[in-house]
Design a protein around this ligand. Structure first.
Ligand SMILES: [Zn+2]
Ligand SMILES: [Zn+2]
Length: 737
């Protein structure tokens, strides 16, 4: 995209040059920020060594019928000049996910991945620790709905229709079939023959898009025949209208004008009967006087013995379930499930992407490239400006090839793959980026995946996070892994806004540039501030004053650990309080880190630093408790301010890296405030004395007792068969060898 924009400005930069220079720039930024990655595992998705495996996956999916080509109306961005997947069209305004331009519909032959084969599995989030919001967004996007397939008898045979609202069947007053429906000729009466033929002829010249356009005037023609409504035996007229398409469902619908907007308009336009069968709580609808369809929930009426049943999609409504049971019992219909999810459109009319490894041969048809010939390389000498047709189409050297099956002259597919495919499996490749005989190494993958914790923006909910789950299941079915889900725990970070509380954007002039900040403050202060700015999962507006506060915090840490202490004395009570503060901070910071509460973790460390600064004197600095405190502080700040932590570590006489140290653990007994001593016995023999809170619970007392080294030694000899706690006095463990 950037290269296209640059070219539009009159600069001629090849996408490859631009991409690699951006990667170099970002690598530098990451390193400057102290991002600790294993750089030997770096992958670049536009390298042929990487996209070769996109192509390999495509071929496996093609062979399994999971990749297929279909001609149908698709979403097309007139600005990006390419088709888009439905997931990449955003909001009710239908805007392009990449550039924000409203998309248009076009009829094109495009490649799809059959993600719908996995629809039910993708609805299953069991065992996953994912935010509720993401689970809900995916569930709604997949949009499973239960309905019924119902048969209507006609003179040409039975017409099957699918409805999500079988509870409105008694209100079906006419049927509509597509102009291409196979029954059209048989259903048309002699009187209607001429009108029907004319209508069908006109419909042929329209595109699906024109036929489905909303707000257009309803057109249609009566066949002269009737169908029998299976629930009440009424004869209802069968119409032909072009808004019903053969491609979706069965090409026939039952029309319930009282409760469906489009059916209502059609009925009014052609003067067809309207029978309300769902009544709102406070109203009695009458067909003749209705001014619009009633689409809300309500109570069934005019529906024989179902009258009075609660109808609709509400959880309490029994109408749908009861009617389906009735249809099945009478053998006139059956339960059926449909999904909102459609297959993933993966063709793009773009130059910069993975070439689709497909060859068209006049004799053999659509043939996958030989795996041995991969990668099908993207040529570099090309006019890449998007025109709506794939740029590769005009590159003769790329286009013309020979058929892998028969060897005759053939042509290549010239569309490229959606770049979301690159990111649908990349983490597997990190583990063995140089492997050249398979996309991943089974053994290494088994040892390292699934991913324990994955973080990313909520904007990926129905894009990357859905595609990755789909790909993981495909990879499982290809035999590489034996689990179902890519990411066990998912957390979404919030967004950092501009100082004006608005989303950062160049046009608003509120963008904060990380490079400038690192130059001014250093990476550690910027990192610490980013963690301190607000709850990690919610984000916050940028605040220049607050970053100064964070700078002072790191300076105080530096001074606390390295500055010469003044003379002074300390008491036994000081030591006890110090120990409490240190271990309490370790406990709180550990829990905060695990819960992604980095801002409160930093606040904990700040208060420990304040406390220790007040206590600091030449004498106390020499105690074990003090050393324990500063050691814990350095280790806890290390993930947030890695450079400063490392420097402090070396200046306090350590030789190895702090980043190789274990995380500090806390001592529960140090957290006991108003304490009492208790005796611990094992089989009646006194083995230790422990200190516990005066108000400690039985469980807490037992936990402290068991954790005591001297006690643990004896407990390890056998099985605890009894635990006796005499309040404020003693604990006795009865152990059997
Ligand atoms: Zn666009
Ligand atoms: Zn051939």
């Amino acid at each position: 995209n950037a290269a296209v924009k640059a070219a539009q400005r009159g600069e001629n930069v090849h996408p490859a040059t631009l991409t690699y220079s951006q990667i170099e720039k970002m690598d530098k930024q990451f390193k400057q920020m102290g991002a600790m990655f294993d750089w030997s595992k770096k992958i670049v998705t536009c390298d042929p060594e990487y996209y070769k495996w996109n192509q390999w996956f495509f071929i496996q999916m093609f062979n399994k019928g999971l990749a297929y080509k279909k001609h149908s109306p698709v979403d097309f961005c007139p600005s990006c000049n390419t088709t888009l997947a439905r997931e990449q069209v955003v909001g009710d305004d239908k805007l392009c996910e990449r550039c924000g331009t409203p998309v248009v519909k076009k009829e094109l032959s495009q490649w799809y991945f059959k993600i719908t084969d996995y629809a039910d599995e993708l609805l299953d989030f069991s065992g996953l620790d994912w935010p509720k919001r993401v689970r809900e967004m995916q569930t709604n996007w997949i949009g499973r709905s239960e309905g019924a397939e119902v048969s209507f008898e006609t003179k040409a045979g039975s017409l099957e229709v699918f409805t999500t609202r079988p509870d409105t069947l008694w209100g079906a007053t006419f049927m509509v079939i597509a102009p291409e429906h196979q029954y059209v000729a048989d259903l048309t009466s002699d009187e209607q023959k001429q009108a029907v033929e004319q209508y069908v002829e006109t419909a042929k010249r329209k595109t699906e898009i024109e036929r489905q356009a909303e707000g257009k005037e309803k057109t249609g023609v009566f066949t002269g025949s009737y169908a029998k409504n299976p629930v009440n035996g009424k004869d209802i007229p069968i119409w032909i209208a072009d808004y019903v398409l053969m491609g979706y469902g069965t090409g026939a619908i039952m029309a319930v004008p009282a409760h469906d907007t489009r059916d209502f308009e059609f009925a009014r336009a052609f003067n067809l009967e309207i029978i309300p069968v769902i009544m709102p709580a406070d109203q009695n609808l009458v067909g003749e006087t209705m001014t619009e369809a009633y689409t809300g929930d309500g109570i069934m009426a005019n529906s024989a013995h179902f009258d009075g049943t609660l109808a609709g999609k509400d959880a309490d409504a029994e109408g749908i379930t009861k009617v389906i049971a009735y249809l099945e019992e009478k053998n006139i219909g059956k339960k059926q499930v449909t999904y909102r999810l459609r297959d993933w459109l993966v063709s793009r009319q773009r130059y910069w992407g993975t070439p689709i490894p497909i060859i068209y041969c006049d004799d053999c048809g659509t043939v996958a490239a030989n795996e041995a010939d991969l990668p099908v390389e993207l040529p570099t000498d090309i006019e890449f400006m998007p025109t709506g047709e794939s740029p590769l189409n005009s590159h003769q050297g790329f286009l013309n090839t020979s058929c892998p099956k028969c060897g005759k002259a053939a042509t290549r597919e010239t569309d490229t793959l959606d770049t979301f495919i690159d990111s649908s499996w990349y983490w597997f490749r990190y583990l063995s980026p140089d492997k050249d005989d398979a996309p991943m190494d089974k053994n290494i993958v088994a040892a390292w995946t699934p991913v324990d914790t994955y973080t990313g923006g909520i904007e990926h909910a129905i894009l990357h996070l859905l595609y990755s789950r789909f790909f993981t299941k495909v990879i499982r079915d290809l035999g590489f892994i034996n689990y179902d889900e890519p990411f066990k725990q998912l957390r979404n970070q919030g967004m950092i806004l501009g100082e004006d509380n608005q989303k950062m954007s160049k046009s608003r002039g509120n963008v904060v540039n990380p490079d400038d900040l690192v130059a001014d403050y250093g990476a550690d202060i910027v990192r610490s501030y980013l963690m301190f700015i607000g709850p990690w999962d919610q984000g916050a507006p940028w605040n220049y004053q607050a970053i100064e506060g964070v700078a002072r915090f790191l300076n105080r840490l530096w001074a606390l650990i390295l500055d010469q202490a003044n003379e002074g004395i300390f008491t036994k009570k000081d030591i006890k309080e110090l120990k409490f503060a240190v271990h309490n901070a370790i406990k709180e910071v550990t829990e905060d880190f695990e819960g992604f509460r980095f801002n409160t973790a930093i606040a904990e460390m700040m208060s420990l630093i304040n406390m220790m600064t007040k206590l600091k004197s030449a004498c106390i600095v020499g105690t074990d408790e003090w050393q324990e405190g500063i050691t814990a502080l350095m280790k806890m700040i290390a993930p947030i301010a890695p450079h400063i932590a490392e420097e402090l570590w070396h200046r306090t006489a350590h030789n190895s890296s702090i980043h190789l140290e274990a995380w500090p653990s806390y001592d529960a007994s140090a957290l006991v405030k108003d304490s009492i001593n208790m005796v611990v016995q094992v089989n009646g023999k006194v083995r230790a004395q422990i200190e516990v809170a005066a108000d400690a619970s039985k469980d807490d007392i037992l936990a402290v007792a068991k954790a005591d080294d001297k006690v643990a030694k004896y407990l390890a000899d056998g099985q605890i068969v009894r635990e006796i706690v005499v309040p404020k006095k003693l604990i006795n463990f009865v152990v059997k060898a």
